[in-house]
Ligand binder design. Structure first.
Ligand SMILES: [Mg+2]
Length: 424
């Protein structure tokens, strides 16, 4: 079973945590430099204000009239509350994966395990506990695959009668929820593809689930075929290649074995920074604000430790060197002696399109486009880690635990089988 926990209007909800006087007011959060609207709470949305990505100056008066509370984005606060929310959620399951600043997947294993109170009550208690401990409202969706958990989460928040919790356990529940969802609301189905799907008569999520996976592969892609299988309860998506949301990019991973050395932690952070930068360039985005975090295991006996830091760039960037340098400079704040680190990660919280970026006359960008183009070209041609920053380390002690890995006979020179011939 999978669960997806997702905070309702994360940034606006964070603003309400320590200020109960604005809990019942429409709250709107602005992006860096108070340029555009980046989040609005449900009350604001219901009042029809706080549309995302609208420039603030255009709607200033309208917001004033509606009595909206305006907040500049406070990423330090959001990053910290995000960590707390994740900490609470991950206590509930043996496996977890942070997907974005306000979403995490929980995984309960492939077996027939079921909590004694049942999945629905379990999901409700996750939601209640997060509210009690962090004062953030979340939606919890559960299903047999990540895509179904996402669908259940959608139902929990948007469909009538769910009130924040939905579980897809039976065939009847699966069909009834998918039937009420537009195909464009399915995880990983973008606007362009849903248009093409509409053209061939696929309108609801259930229509897509009932399509044939092999013909979807031929007409669209393996990803869409996998989505069809996932909607039918066959898990196809693994943590390492889950699609990242476009407005945020996260790279996180647990260590193969606990990390206690500062040097090793720094190398792992540099590796995540490089992944983020590569993904930013791939989708033509620049990062305005990036967070780095590390924590020990919540399931360990020793006291839990976690730390997150946020860096804002006055010149938005997607240069591996700039992001790596900024992240690694936080190492003294993140690292603590004696802590057995279990996981770390880097997340770009605020992105802008490369094409929409207006350079600042007084802040020169450090980015070297040609150099990054060269790096990407070489790594695309010869394999992902052909060229990388030395900051990532040569040995990568933090890498996946693969103690029982067989040699890479066909792809790694050092692993070529050796044959010894004796003269007789
Ligand atoms: Mg959310």
């Amino acid at each position: 079973m999978y669960a997806l926990c997702d905070v309702n209007s994360m940034y606006a909800s964070c603003e309400k945590v320590f200020d109960p006087t604005i809990r019942n007011k429409p709250v709107v959060v602005l992006t860096n430099n108070d340029g555009c609207i980046c989040a609005a709470c449900n009350i604001a949305k219901r009042a029809g204000i706080g549309k995302k990505f609208v420039p603030y100056f255009q709607v200033k008066q309208e917001l004033e009239k509606a009595g909206a509370v305006i907040k500049s984005s406070n990423y330090e606060l959001y990053a910290d509350l995000s960590q707390r929310m994740m900490e609470t959620c991950t206590r509930f399951a043996p496996y977890s994966h942070i997907y974005s600043i306000d979403e995490c997947f929980l995984f309960y294993g492939k077996g027939a395990y079921k909590p004694p109170e049942g999945w629905f009550e379990h999901a409700r208690s996750i939601r209640r506990t997060v509210w009690r401990e962090v004062r953030l409202p979340i939606g919890v969706g559960m299903g047999l695959t990540p895509t179904l958990a996402k669908a259940a989460n959608h139902a929990a928040k948007r469909l009538d009668g769910f009130r924040g919790v939905a579980v897809i356990e039976t065939e009847q529940e699966r069909k009834s929820i998918l039937k009420q969802m537009a195909v464009s609301d399915v995880w990983g189905i973008g606007r362009r593809i849903s248009k093409r799907l509409n053209d061939i008569g696929i309108h609801s999520a259930l229509d897509l689930a009932n399509a044939r996976a092999d013909s979807m592969r031929k007409m669209f892609s393996v990803l869409i075929a996998d989505t069809v299988l996932e909607l039918n309860g066959h898990a196809r998506i693994s943590w390492d290649d889950v699609r990242s949301p476009k407005k945020q990019i996260f790279s996180t991973r647990s260590f193969g074995q606990r990390v206690t050395e500062k040097q090793v932690l720094r190398q792992a952070i540099a590796t995540h920074a490089a992944i983020i930068a590569r993904k930013l360039r791939k989708q033509d985005s620049l990062a305005v604000c990036v967070m780095v975090f590390a924590h020990s295991s919540i399931h360990a006996k020793e006291p839990y430790y976690r730390k997150a830091m946020v860096c804002e760039f006055s010149a938005p960037t997607n240069d591996t060197r700039v992001i790596t340098k900024a992240m690694c400079s936080q190492i003294d704040a993140i690292y603590a002696e004696g802590v057995r680190f279990y996981k770390c990660g880097v997340g770009a919280l605020e992105l802008i399109d490369t094409s929409h970026y207006q350079p600042d006359m007084f802040v020169a960008s450090q980015d070297n486009k040609a150099l990054m183009g060269c790096l990407d070209f070489i790594n695309n041609k010869y394999g992902r880690n052909t060229m990388y920053l030395a900051a990532q380390g040569i040995e990568q002690k933090f890498a996946m635990r693969r103690a029982f890995l067989s040699p890479q006979y066909t792809t790694r020179l050092a692993d070529l089988p050796k044959i010894y011939c004796n003269d007789v």
